[in-house]
Design a protein around this ligand. Structure first.
Ligand code: MTE
Length: 315
């Protein structure tokens, strides 16, 4: 843990010693995240350090998972370029060890934590979620991570914390796409506190039982399965609690096209294309498109968060 924690969060405050020891193996695997990054981009079988994670059967979907090679070669990560193949081709320059995350704003426990500090108290689970990109393609991904709510609770947000925002690393040396001003860097995203505390919202550190490949947001990313994929911010280095709705990258770039809420909604078209259907990656060019479901199929779990909100206006 780094120095400027006024009220340090010690893992031993929260975690029994035996559990703490058991997780060392997991942390050791995550420590290899840097070398996982240099795997060949087109590897057809999962590669990278293995993670121990219990499958959480509550969070699964009936569809087949998207192949590893598709999940890791067709990406959006503009810090490495805007083509789908750029992140796999150019993200080996991202160094994920050591890694730290600063926690600021309306919370009692603030400071800078190493990745190890972040992870120690949390048991990892595997959950399979649909990921629906705003560009109308989708994947089904077996993530490894832990509920964001458990991490947020450790920081003890104050009653003023109405939103939590996240920022990605800003370092054009490691992230060559940041030399182009295609977006305003660092990439940032935010959730309401109710969204952040929802049990579906995941902090992911892996996929397919392995540490996250760099192109998928190593070493730590958000996964918010009922929202368009751009809310699922990658390679997080900052967490900020705030009273006012924060600025977010895509909303700033084009508020008419990318709303703050960004809940998947087949009945509200993007101004330039329909959101009624989606293309499942890996099905081939001629595979039939699949209907997009309200809240990406998670309406039963999350629709109540938006009771009374006009979802056409607050898209
Ligand atoms: N996070 C950062 N920092 N930069 C990005 O460009 N793209 C988003 C999201 N997170 C993005 C990001 C978009 S648009 C999508 S669809 C998902 O990442 C894609 O995640 P995947 O490449 O792991 O499938």
């Amino acid at each position: 843990m780094k120095v400027n924690l006024s009220t340090p969060i010690l893992a031993s405050d929260i975690t029994p010693e035996s559990v703490f020891q058991e997780r060392r193996a997991v942390l050791a695997a995550l420590g290899l995240a840097g070398s996982a990054a240099v795997m060949p981009a087109q590897a057809s079988t999962p590669s990278g350090a293995e993670l121990k994670a219990a499958r959480n059967a509550t969070y699964t979907v009936p569809e087949a998972v998207t192949r590893w090679e598709d999940v890791t070669s067709y990406n959006n990560f503009y810090e490495f370029g805007t083509d789908k193949s750029d992140p796999a081709a150019h993200s080996a320059s991202l160094h994920t060890t050591p890694w730290s995350v600063s926690v600021t704003g309306e919370a009692e426990r603030l400071g800078t934590l190493t990745l190890e500090d972040i992870l120690k108290p949390h048991a990892l689970e595997e959950r399979t979620y649909r990921l629906r990109c705003v560009e109308a393609w989708s994947m089904v991904i077996p993530w490894v991570g832990f509920p964001l709510k458990d991490l947020v609770a450790r920081f003890k947000p104050t009653s003023k914390a109405k939103y939590v925002s996240f920022t990605t690393l800003n370092d054009p040396k490691q992230m060559p796409g940041q030399r182009d001003r295609v977006l305003s860097w660092p990439y940032s995203e935010a959730l309401t506190m109710a969204e952040a505390m929802h049990p579906l919202t995941l902090m992911a550190v892996g996929l397919y039982g392995r540490v996250l490949p760099n192109q998928n947001g190593a070493p730590l990313r958000l996964v918010v399965p009922w929202k368009y994929g751009f809310k699922s911010i990658k390679s997080i280095v900052g967490i900020h609690f705030t009273e006012r709705m924060p600025h977010t990258t895509w909303n700033d770039a084009n508020p008419g096209e990318y709303g703050f809420y960004a809940n998947v909604n087949p009945s509200v078209d993007h101004p330039r294309w329909s959101q009624k259907t989606e293309r499942r990656i890996g099905g081939g060019l001629f595979a039939p498109r699949v209907p997009t479901l309200p809240f990406n199929g998670y309406a039963a779990e999350v629709a109540s968060l938006y009771a009374g909100l006009d979802l056409r206006r607050y898209y």
